[in-house]
Design a protein around this ligand. Structure first.
Ligand code: TRP
Length: 338
């Protein structure tokens, strides 16, 4: 039974509001993966605190993300859903891997550079720099073969692989070397106000992203304001000047599963207003039942917490085993009987 299916691990930070980009680019794919892989999906609260978080909002967002995992169709009977901080092995292996991480590798990470640049230099926390080592711990603890992530996480995945290889070379085979599982370009949703940058859940601008929990009239307001162009042509395109329309088409396609040709034919002779209305309708059709499910979960905190407790228990079994092996390999004296 052990390792009969390949393992998958991924996680989302409980910061900001999950967007349709998180749904279409990640959650929706995870739901498909749960049938063919042994899946671990965590809510990475320890990553969230690498930038300052308000305690009340961190607490609420952690439950919110968990409820959104479930509302999106992840089945807690088949996949392990858990909160990262509930499994202390992440912090422990995280420390071990920090000690194995060359500073040069960490300083090279573009996400570190971007996030650090947004803060006053003396308030950049050391956690932000060490973030990739904790992410490596998340992945390596479960001996994950595949890690579904967005293109922006490719560098962190390379870091994880390099670190695992280095550890294995120094101390003997310990970790599986994971592969990134990056969705095809079509699943990459861009900002509505700036269609050349990925849609982000922590962008302040009101018209940047559609949130998974936006009410239908809010979805409409945001999509109707989305940046387009003055070409007046509805077709898929990789030209930066047409990125806005391409993004709307990408969203439409992700929700309808139609081919490029069928979609272009459908909109032939129509205007951007028609395209936007169609996108609003598709988004709302998808979000409405999802939000109903979400409300049921969020209004039953006891049930949600039980799912997370079960998840942490299952995750711990796997994580502890890897942690013990890593410690043993490095020369830690393990407590008696463990
Ligand atoms: N760094 C990821 C992001 O910002 C979140 C993350 C943390 C993650 N640990 C992970 C993703 C492990 C995949 C696997 O999107």
């Amino acid at each position: 039974m052990e390792q009969s299916k390949k393992r998958v691990l991924s996680g989302i930070q409980p910061s900001g509001n999950l967007t349709i980009g998180n749904y279409l680019g990640a959650l929706r794919q995870w739901v498909v993966e749960q049938d063919s892989y042994e899946c671990y999906f965590c809510i990475v609260d320890m990553h969230a605190i690498t930038v300052q978080q308000d305690p009340g909002s961190l607490r609420a967002k952690t439950r919110e993300v968990a409820a959104l995992y479930l509302a999106s169709g992840l089945d807690p009977e088949r996949v392990t859903i858990f909160v990262q901080s509930h499994v202390p092995a992440h912090a422990e292996l995280g420390w071990i891997l920090i000690c194995q991480s060359p500073l040069g590798w960490l300083y090279r990470m573009t996400q570190f550079k971007d996030k650090a640049a947004k803060q006053q230099q003396d308030s950049v926390g050391a956690g932000l720099l060490n973030y990739p080592a904790l992410m490596a711990a998340d992945i390596l603890l479960y001996q994950a073969h595949a890690v579904p992530v967005g293109d922006d996480q490719r560098q962190h995945l390379e870091f994880t692989r390099d670190l695992a290889q280095r550890f294995n070379a120094l101390y003997g085979d310990t970790f599986i070397i994971p592969e990134a599982m990056i969705p095809k370009a079509g699943a990459r949703i861009m900002g509505l106000d700036n269609p050349t940058a990925k849609m982000s859940k922590s962008e302040a601008s009101e018209y940047h992203a559609v949130y998974m929990l936006d009410a239908p009239n809010m979805v409409k307001k945001k999509v109707m304001r989305a940046v387009t162009d003055s070409f007046g042509e509805i077709r898929f395109s990789s030209e930066p000047e047409r990125a806005g329309v391409n993004n709307l088409l990408t969203i439409y396609q992700a929700l309808t599963n139609q081919s490029n040709a069928d979609i272009e034919e459908h909109f032939a002779g129509k205007g951007y207003g028609d395209l936007k209305k169609a996108v609003v309708e598709q988004i709302n059709n998808r979000l409405q039942p999802l939000q109903e499910k979400y409300n049921r979960y969020i209004n039953e905190p006891g049930y949600l917490d039980q799912i997370l407790a079960n998840g942490a228990e299952r995750a711990s079994v796997v994580a502890e085993k890897t942690l013990r092996l890593a410690k043993e390999r490095m020369g830690f004296v393990l407590p008696n009987g463990k």
